[in-house]
Design a protein around this ligand. Structure first.
Ligand code: LLP
Length: 425
């Protein structure tokens, strides 16, 4: 739940706003983002990495307004497509604070990044290094390049969101020598400035050991590059991936503790080789946006499947939150429009889509007097819900409202039927 969540007169409040008022004004399903929670997480990171850089990973949830918050809080931004870059540039995000990612950036996307003068481009393949050399010549620019290194860490998270084992599509593998070869190739192109190395081991990781192993391996490669080429790279980007609690019993690593640990590891490796300590960057997405977001749904049909459980249907589902269906993600939800002391009933919160995998929360306890028209709030939906939203079954994407000091305002408007038909001939 967001830091400002509470209860007032029985109903849940977020950022001082009563969910019943939010729904009366904006409808359901509704994504509610607690602005202060989002911003305070930005500040926590800024403080923990005061001597480094924090780049919010826009894929978690980027819109023009969240880009402004990130900009105002002094963070940089990680984008991984031309579209994300366009959102950032549209609000005047300083390009030098943007990092461009992607395992298959198109020539047009790379060109846009080079032209805009983004602060870092993270090279992910040999083809891309060649393309960057060509674009640098064409535009008379000297892009600042990092090399994405696959450090060979098995992160303990869902297979689809683990990214540092060898058998996947991202980066240059460390073990095979591809990463060292990538450094050689970038250094051979004087029109490119190699500024550092990058690693991202996966997402929703709560065991910090993986981050530490990755930092040590990356710092070791930095030392090897110095030995081989005499070049001291000034920066290490350790990616994102810091987990958040979704259900009771989940733990989340502490931002400050991780920062201190990583800083120490990198400093030890660099100093023992007589190198200056590189500047650290991290790219948190979920751990900034995730807890700030809550989804509000209205309860529709309630079906008691004798002896098993009660299926509670809401007016959204896998189109506004696909994470349960895609990763088996778990969420916490509660009756939000009133309090109830009725007995808890074993429930499954399901959507309105035409498939049985369409679940929002697989198993939860809801009060037995739950009724059609009640509001249910699902916590922890600020990251990777709106950004993964889709129009399956032609459901319009819900609005996103920001709440702060009891006031709400739409930051992304609800899609309409007209939006759904747009572009069709
Ligand atoms: N940096 C890079 C290069 C990344 O690929 C990612 C996430 C991040 C930073 C931010 O990671 P975070 O701090 O948010 O964990 N759709 C999945 C998550 C995919 C993450 C992709 N990359 C989910 O809903 O769990």
């Amino acid at each position: 739940w967001p830091r400002t969540a509470g209860r007032d007169g029985g109903a849940v409040t977020i950022g001082g706003a009563d969910v019943r008022d939010l729904v009366a004004e904006h409808g359901t399903p509704l994504y509610v983002v607690d602005e202060e929670d989002f911003r305070s997480r930005c500040r926590d990171y800024r403080e923990a990495y005061a001597d480094g850089d924090v780049h919010y990973a826009g894929k978690a949830f980027l819109c023009r307004e969240t880009a402004r918050w990130v900009m105002q809080e002094g963070l940089g931004l990680d984008v991984c497509s031309g579209g994300e870059l366009a959102v950032a540039l549209s609000v005047g995000f300083p390009p030098e604070r943007i990092t461009m990612h992607g395992n298959n950036k198109s020539l047009a996307e790379l060109e846009r990044a080079v032209e805009a003068g983004v602060g870092h481009i993270v090279a992910d393949s040999f083809e891309e290094i060649a393309r960057l050399g060509f674009l640098a010549d064409r535009h008379g620019r000297r892009p600042r390049v990092m090399i994405r290194v696959t450090v060979g860490v098995e992160a303990h998270t869902h297979e689809f969101i683990a990214t540092a084992h060898d058998d996947q599509k991202f980066g240059f593998s460390l073990g095979s020598g591809a990463a060292a070869e990538a450094a050689r190739r970038v250094l051979a192109l004087p029109q490119l400035e190699l500024v550092g190395l990058h690693s991202h081991i996966g997402s929703q990781i709560t065991d910090t050991a993986g981050f530490e192993v990755a930092a040590r391996r990356l710092a070791t490669l930095l030392v090897q590059i110095k030995e081989e080429h005499g070049v001291v790279l000034p920066e290490l980007d350790l990616g994102g991936g810091y987990g958040i609690p979704y259900v009771e019993g989940d733990t989340a690593p502490d931002v400050k503790v991780i920062a201190d640990g990583l800083r120490e590891i990198v400093a030890r490796v660099a100093e023992s080789a007589g190198l200056p300590v590189p500047r650290l960057t991290v790219e948190p997405g979920r751990s900034i946006a995730g807890r700030a977001g809550v989804t509000l749904y209205e309860v529709g049909t309630i079906k008691d499947v004798e002896g098993l459980r009660t299926y509670v249907s809401v007016d959204g589902g896998m189109s506004d939150n696909i994470r349960t269906a895609l990763y088996g993600a778990e969420y916490t939800a509660r009756l939000a429009s009133r309090e109830s002391d009725a007995e808890p009933m074993l429930s499954r919160l399901v959507g309105k889509h035409c498939e049985s995998g369409d679940m929002v929360v697989r198993d939860l306890w809801l009060p037995a007097d739950l009724a059609t028209g009640d509001l249910v709030a699902v916590a922890g939906t600020g990251a990777y819900c709106r950004s993964l939203a889709n129009n399956y079954n032609y459901l319009p994407k819900p609005a996103v409202v920001a709440v702060r000091d009891g006031e709400s305002r739409v930051i992304v408007r609800r899609e309409t039927e007209e939006d759904l038909l747009r572009g069709q001939l």
